[in-house]
Design a protein around this ligand. Structure first.
Ligand code: DAK
Length: 259
């Protein structure tokens, strides 16, 4: 297992965990951390034994308190654009379109780029002390890592507009009511709850899951119905499809290989 400077990685069975580990800076995302996250997500995604990835933050206070303000505060518009484009490509769009399902275990503040990382993940759950928001306009910028798009997609335009324009934070109960997270538990229970959510993913076809992720995402970028049809067609050519349908007919549990 590779040693990183700003993140910790571990694998338990088929579940890998990435922990952003800059607790003194409330796990703020600087360029180096984004590059390390890219590498870790990419490596786990390419490892056929890894079937679910949990991303969380170190310590009891924060998931991620945003992009590292100290790093981008002196950037000009060219550097700002470059930062946004690079960050999107390496981390946010990258995670959203990963083949392996990603669960964000939001264990405290998820602000700015931190909430945007959670929004790019496929499943979000939170501890009851979590606070979420996009405070960018309070810093004179706008969310630059897809937050204006993905927050509205997930909780609706009205609520997203209010959160973004007020730069305010919502608590875990409100996030649950908004559908921003699907489960809230105590902080002590969060990782076990995330692992048990991950376990539920393991019995299904990884190939079909990766197609489903692409099909769900497609409607937000281009004609999702066409993409769904393409991927639906492609799924018919997989071994998992054969195994899944055969197991159904034979009344046994499917043994998927991801092929
Ligand atoms: N960046 C760097 N350091 C941070 C940080 C951040 N985002 N958030 C916290 N820290 C650091 C603090 O500076 C402090 O460091 P020391 O002073 O001890 O050295 C340490 O973490 C502990 O923070 P506090 O002392 O502030 O702790 P409190 O409990 O008092 O407050 C807090 C917790 C989460 C409410 C507070 O830390 C806070 O408001 N943090 C900032 C939240 C925020 O505004 N985050 C940034 C969102 S904006 C862009 C693309 C993307 C973005 C921007 C530009 N371009 C393409 C240009 C994205 C921007 C964002 O993410």
């Amino acid at each position: 297992m590779k040693n990183y400077k700003n993140i910790l990685t571990e694998t338990e069975g088929a579940i890998s965990i990435i922990t952003i580990d800059r607790p003194k800076q409330l796990n703020a995302l600087n360029k180096e951390t984004i590059a390390e996250l890219h590498e870790a997500f990419d490596n786990f995604d390419k490892d056929e034994k890894v079937r679910a990835i949990i991303v969380t933050g170190s310590g009891e206070k924060a998931f991620v308190a945003g992009a590292d303000i100290k790093e981008f505060m002196n950037f000009d518009s060219v550097q700002g654009r470059e930062l946004a484009a690079k960050g999107q490509k390496l981390l946010f769009d990258f995670v959203e379109n990963l083949n392996t399902p990603v669960i964000a275990a939001i264990n405290g503040f998820a602000l700015g780029g931190g909430l945007e990382l959670a929004l790019a993940s496929h499943i979000r759950m939170a501890s009851d002390n979590a606070k979420m928001g996009l405070p960018e306009v309070s810093l004179g910028v706008i969310p630059g890592y897809g937050g204006t798009q993905r927050l509205a997609q997930i909780i609706g335009k009205g609520r997203a507009m209010e959160m973004i324009l007020t730069a305010g934070m919502i608590d875990a109960t409100t996030a649950l009511n908004y559908g921003l997270v699907t489960e809230v538990v105590s902080q002590a229970e969060l990782m076990d709850a995330a692992k048990s959510k991950a376990e539920k993913l393991l019995k299904n076809s990884p190939k079909a899951q990766s197609f489903a992720i692409k099909a769900v995402n497609a409607s937000y970028y281009k004609n999702g119905f066409e993409t769904e049809k393409d991927l639906f067609g492609q799924a018919f050519a997989t071994e998992d499809f054969k195994e899944g349908t055969t197991a159904f007919v034979e009344r046994r549990r499917a043994k998927f290989t991801g092929k």
